[in-house]
Design a binder for this molecule. Structure first.
Ligand code: ADP
Ligand code: MG
Length: 369
């Protein structure tokens, strides 16, 4: 009886063990097979805290994440993208940005901007529709910002020569001479012929405050055309995000503290974003210190001197071209006028780090975008 009971009990217990063990082995086999087949281990680094949703999206789609970086437009460009085979789209986006550089750099012989500047004082210069569009929008914003954003800044950038190994403060006469050649109202645009003319010999256009933002959004367009729906492009502080992170969470963006010791030191709130553009202009990008004073590469077109009322400006917008223009423009305008402009425009928000290191926020800054 005891045995019978024991035997019965023992049999049913061992059967249950076998049953449970079998289920466990089946689960391990199925999950292992799914991970193996869809390359789970490839995107493992991205999934720091995988949620069920992200697992579904990623495993079900066979999605991998890749990243790459390059030195383009005089800055570091990085791309992270997730897709079934993201390497080719990433390369296509880099190629696109390189193409834009070859049109809009003023230092590359034969570029649209190079030819416009070479022709200063002469006849109108025929250029690509794309460069014309970027110049057109820049002029529009020169008007909106009361001339704070001025792509005719070229002669002043030349006398400051921030790229030199040993830059120095130019003499006042040099600055005055350069200032006499700066003035966006002088630029002649012909949209029918797609030409630009600089009327004075020595004038020059510099798209350094806008071309990186344009390149970032065009790189993103190419990624989208290649079917990428999760990506982050960073062109020297001009960030464009496509969709969310591959794990379904928002992208997290920290804003660099202008006086922080390393790039890791951030200031203000962490931004949680998807499908948007963020641009930061800072006085820490290209600068030198002379007699205890910082001289940097964002110039006030009226004085010819570095704009000195803020340390950095971050602008969030739908469009990276405008985020880039506005971050430079607000930097020049300063905290009061700059913030008034941001509040007056639709769909943009900003954070300003003032000259004394305080942070100012526009009404909608930091809200999920
Ligand atoms: P970064 O190039 O560091 O991303 P910005 O977007 O603010 O920063 O652009 C700064 C560049 O813009 C300068 O290197 C120069 O080429 C150009 N620039 C400087 N001052 C002005 C200005 N007042 N208006 C338009 N462009 C400017
Ligand atoms: Mg800019």
């Amino acid at each position: 009886m005891k045995w019978e009971y024991g035997g019965k009990y023992g049999r049913s217990k061992s059967r249950r063990r076998w049953f449970l063990g079998g289920i466990l082995v089946a689960i391990i086999l199925i999950v292992g097979c799914i991970f193996f087949c869809f390359g789970f281990f490839d995107f493992m680094p991205v999934l720091k805290r995988p949620s069920l949703k992200s697992l579904h999206v990623l495993v079900g789609g066979g999605i991998k994440e890749s990243s790459g970086s390059k030195f383009l437009m005089n800055t570091f460009v990085s791309i992270r993208a997730a897709g079934t085979s993201p390497d080719e789209p990433i390369q296509a986006a880099f190629d696109e940005m390189q193409r834009i550089e070859s049109l809009m750099s003023r230092h590359i012989p034969g570029s649209d901007v190079f030819r416009i500047n070479q022709g200063a004082g002469g006849r109108p210069v025929k250029i690509s529709d794309e460069t014309f569009h970027v110049i057109w929008e820049s002029i529009k914003y020169a008007d909106i910002t009361g001339g704070a954003f001025d792509i005719s800044i070229g002669p002043l950038m030349d006398v400051w020569n921030f790229g030199a190994t040993d830059p120095s403060v130019p003499e006042p006469e040099q600055i005055n001479q350069a200032r006499s050649l700066v003035g966006w109202e002088l630029i002649e645009l012909n949209s029918e012929d797609v030409t630009v003319r600089l009327p004075l010999h020595g004038m020059s256009i510099d798209l350094g405050g806008v071309a990186k933002g344009y390149a970032a959004q065009e790189g993103a367009r190419v990624l989208r055309e290649h079917g990428i729906s999760h990506a982050l492009i960073d062109v020297g502080g001009n960030i464009v995000t496509i969709g969310s992170r591959p794990d379904g969470e928002a992208w997290q963006i920290g804003i660099r503290d202008p006086r922080g010791k390393s790039i890791e030191n951030t200031i203000g709130p962490t931004l949680y974003v998807s499908d948007c553009a963020i641009a930061t202009s800072g006085d820490y990008e290209r600068f030198f210190i002379y007699a205890g004073k910082r001289y940097h590469h964002i110039l006030h077109p009226e004085t010819g001197m570095p704009a000195d009322t803020v340390q950095s400006v971050t602008v969030i917008a739908k469009d990276s071209l405008y985020a880039d223009i506005l971050s430079t423009a607000v930097f020049v305008m300063g905290p009061d006028k700059g913030m008034d402009l941001i509040e007056a425009l639709d769909g943009v928000s900003a954070m300003i780090v003032t000259g004394s290191g305080d942070t100012l926020f526009s009404a909608e800054f930091g809200e999920a975008s």
